[in-house]
Every structure is written in structure tokens, then in C-alpha cells.
Design a protein around this ligand. Structure first.
Ligand code: PLP
Ligand code: ZN
Length: 414
């Protein structure tokens, strides 16, 4: 056992399957029954709503919500890089015309320190790893988790080991993991295989798993929603739309909305939309049929959501049920067209993030979203994460993809 400092039991791990409770200091990631843990905060032991005022000017947009995220965590042991406080942007007229809606905002999580929302969960996860005196942190990744883990681990003085699916990582993300000093391994196969290896690796003593199985990642990612609601002066939109891969974010969004209602920060619950790529959509099929089956050969150009066996599918199902949400899938063609429009509006994002706009267009076309409703789409990653795909699209060099909104580089001729 590692040496641990004891904290009061305001926060506990609750198993989502057998409902048993465990201490947050056990360092375990899963219940003995195999179910995922969820952090539970006992709101009766303190007054989070009043305590929020105290943190209003915190330099981190995550720890600004400390009373709802990790109330008992010692302030001076926080590892942070100024994550959160991301911008909210109006869609251009061209985007509105494309999607067929009138009120659309983008919350840009690509503005986090390493360029994706993963930093919001990572600041909490790494702080916790340090508190538990872990010497190494590990993750499998489609790219952004490894970039974020590598940065936060090095900043905290902890060793990072990452396992990535070979050839399925955008170059910006791979470069970050290497540059920030993680030990990088690749495997031939999918992200899901890399995750299996990492689960095994994390069983060894002193190694701490920082995939989104880790419930602290989810706590940090809740702040995307809390910050958004605060930006909107606690007047929720009708819809919140998010790309869905391993489903950590969808789960975090559901938990944040549930807690915001419990704490009387909001009354109405916005409906969540989880968008997957059509070649990698086990959750959409699960939502439609009620029966969960992994996809063994997931295929999409949007590498961040190329995941066939999403670990948080049960939590995400509950999130959609609770918010009366929708799961939908979109083609790679529509993702890249949506991306070209978001990029061309001066906002920019990586491919997975653009699935939101493609999903909105589809749901408006189908009549599930009304044109007059208020929509917020979460752009999960920065445009520069995947520069190759931008050049390929605009040079009309992507096999099987039509460059609908092309901006071709031309040779200057006298
Ligand atoms: C990780 C990631 C996703 C998928 O999020 P999940 O929580 O795994 O569903 C989507 N977009 C980007 C850019 C990501 O990095
Ligand atoms: Zn259990």
C-alpha cells in the first residue's frame, strides 16, 4: 500500500453497478464487481452553492468550481496549468444557413493549455495521483489524452507512460506526447486494444490510470458544463451537443447537469446530443436498440472518436436518459464539410469536434431540433491538432471525400 493522507469523507466512490461505496483514497479505479466508480459528494456536509463565491477568481476554470469537483482537496497541492475559461463564439451566417438553425454557439475547448478538453479532467487526475504518491501515470489514447497526460505529468514531476494505436493518431497529438516527455509506446491495432494493455499495466503498484475510467477525470470535465452555464448566466440552452468517443465527456455532462439541478443552479435541463462517426457508432446503436455491442473494427477519419468499445457507455446512457437526449451518427464526409465551415468562420477545430455541427444539421433536417431552439456545440479540440487533414481536404486529395468547401492553394503565376 502507498502512504496516504486521510481526508474527511465528504467525497466517496460509488459503484454505478452494485451501488456499494468505497473510500477515494483506495487508489482503485473499479469496484470489485467490475462496475465503474462515480464520485459522490455529500452536499449535506457543506454548502457548495455559497462556497462557489469564494473561488470566483480562481486562475483555473476547473478549480473555480472546486466545491462541486473535489471539495476537500488541499488547495496548495493542486497541479494546474490555467485550464478552462474557454471562449463562447457565435456561429457565422454561413454556418447557420448550412445547419438550418438560428441560435448556435460554439464553446471552444481547444483553447485549453494542450489544445483539448482533456486538460480539464487531467488537472484533477494528476493532482489526485500526486496526493496518492503515485510514481507513474499511464493511459491509452487516441491522442489528446496522451498529450494532456504528458504535459501535466511532467509539470508535476511524475513519470508518464502512454500506449497509442499505431498510425491512428493525428500528428499534432503524437508530437505533443513525445515533446512533453512521456514514454510513448504504439500497438498494432485499435484504441480499444491499447486500453486493454494499459488496464493491465496499471495493475502494478504505484501506477495510476488516467483514462476516463478514472472518476476524477469526469469530475474535472463537468466544468465544461458548469462554466458554460455560468457564461449563460445560468439560463441553459435547449440543446448541448458533444462528440462521443469513449463517452467520458457525455457522462460528465449528464452528471454536471444533474448536480447543477440538485444544487439549484438551474431549473430546466438542456437535452444532450452525443454525436458519433457512422463508422464508429456502437453507442448510437445501443441507444436505438437497448442492446450494447462493441464495434470491433471502428473506422473514421475523426481519430479522436475512433473507438469501438466505449468504456463509459452505461454512464452515458444514463446521461441521455436523464436529459431526454439523442444519440446520432454522421458520415466522415459531413464531418469534414462541417469542419471546413467552422474553420472558415475563423473559429477552427479538429475533425472530431466538427461532428457536432454535422449532427446539428442532421437533427434539424430530421425535425428533432427546431430551427428556433438555442444550441451550444462543444468544440473539443484545436484546429492544429490535425493539420494534414486540412491540407488534404483543401487540395482535394482525400480518397472517397468530396471537398465541398474547398480553398485550394494555387501557384502564383505572372
Ligand atoms: C477525447 C476526445 C473526444 C471524445 O471524448 P470522449 O469523452 O472520449 O467521448 C472528442 N473530441 C476530441 C477532440 C477528443 O480529444
Ligand atoms: Zn460494484
Amino acid at each position: 500500500m502507498m502512504e496516504q493522507k486521510s481526508l474527511p469523507e465528504v467525497s466517496t466512490f460509488n459503484c454505478i453497478k452494485c451501488k456499494s461505496t468505497s473510500s477515494i483514497s483506495s487508489g482503485r479505479m473499479r469496484c470489485s464487481c467490475g462496475g465503474l466508480f462515480e464520485v459522490n459528494h455529500d452536499w449535506t456536509l457543506f454548502t457548495p452553492r455559497n462556497d462557489l463565491k469564494k473561488y470566483e477568481h480562481h486562475p483555473s476554470g476547473v478549480w473555480r468550481f472546486k466545491p462541486i469537483i473535489h471539495p476537500e482537496f488541499p488547495e496548495n497541492e493542486i497541479i494546474m496549468r490555467g485550464e478552462g475559461n474557454t471562449g463562447l463564439y457565435n456561429a457565422s451566417q454561413r454556418i447557420l444557413d448550412y445547419a438550418g438553425c438560428k441560435n448556435l454557439l460554439f464553446k471552444h475547448e481547444g483553447e485549453n493549455p494542450t489544445g483539448s478538453f482533456k486538460d480539464r479532467g487531467m488537472t484533477v487526475g494528476i493532482s489526485e495521483a500526486k496526493r496518492l504518491a503515485m510514481h507513474t501515470v499511464v493511459c491509452a489514447s487516441t491522442g489528446n489524452t496522451s498529450a494532456s497526460l504528458a504535459a501535466y505529468a511532467s509539470y508535476a514531476g511524475i513519470k508518464a507512460v502512454v500506449i497509442l494505436p499505431e498510425g491512428k493518431i493525428a500528428f499534432g497529438k503524437l508530437s505533443q506526447a513525445v515533446a512533453y516527455g512521456a514514454e510513448v509506446y504504439t500497438v498494432k491495432g485499435t484504441f480499444d486494444l491499447a486500453l486493454e494493455y494499459v488496464l493491465d499495466l496499471a495493475k502494478r503498484d504505484g501506477r495510476y490510470l488516467l483514462n476516463s475510467i478514472n472518476p476524477w477525470r469526469i469530475e474535472g470535465q463537468k466544468t465544461i458544463i458548469l462554466e458554460l452555464l455560468e457564461n449563460l448566466t445560468w439560463q441553459p440552452p435547449d440543446w448541448i451537443v458533444v462528440p462521443a468517443g469513449n463517452l467520458g465527456n457525455t457522462s460528465a455532462f449528464g452528471k454536471a447537469l444533474k448536480e447543477a439541478q440538485e444544487l439549484e443552479l438551474i431549473e430546466e435541463i438542456p437535452k444532450l446530443v452525443a454525436v458519433q462517426a457512422s463508422g464508429s457508432d456502437p453507442f448510437v446503436k445501443y441507444w436505438a436498440s437497448g442492446e450494447y455491442k462493441p464495434e470491433y473494427n471502428p473506422q473514421t477519419i475523426a481519430t479522436a472518436i475512433n473507438i469501438g468499445n466505449p468504456v463509459s457507455h452505461s454512464k452515458a446512457h444514463e446521461a441521455l436518459r436523464f436529459t431526454s437526449g439523442i444519440a446520432t451518427s454522421v458520415s466522415d464526409q459531413s464531418i469534414l464539410d462541417a469542419k471546413a465551415l467552422i474553420d472558415g468562420a475563423g473559429i477552427g477545430c479538429e475533425p472530431a469536434s466538427a461532428s457536432t455541427l454535422a449532427g446539428i444539421k442532421k437533427l434539424v433536417d430530421e425535425g428533432n431540433i427546431l430551427p428556433s431552439e438555442n444550441i451550444v456545440a462543444v468544440l473539443t479540440g484545436h484546429l492544429l491538432k490535425d493539420p494534414q487533414i486540412i491540407i488534404d481536404y483543401h487540395q482535394n486529395q482525400l480518397e472517397g471525400v468530396k471537398s465541398t468547401f474547398i480553398n485550394k492553394i494555387k501557384r502564383y503565376e505572372f
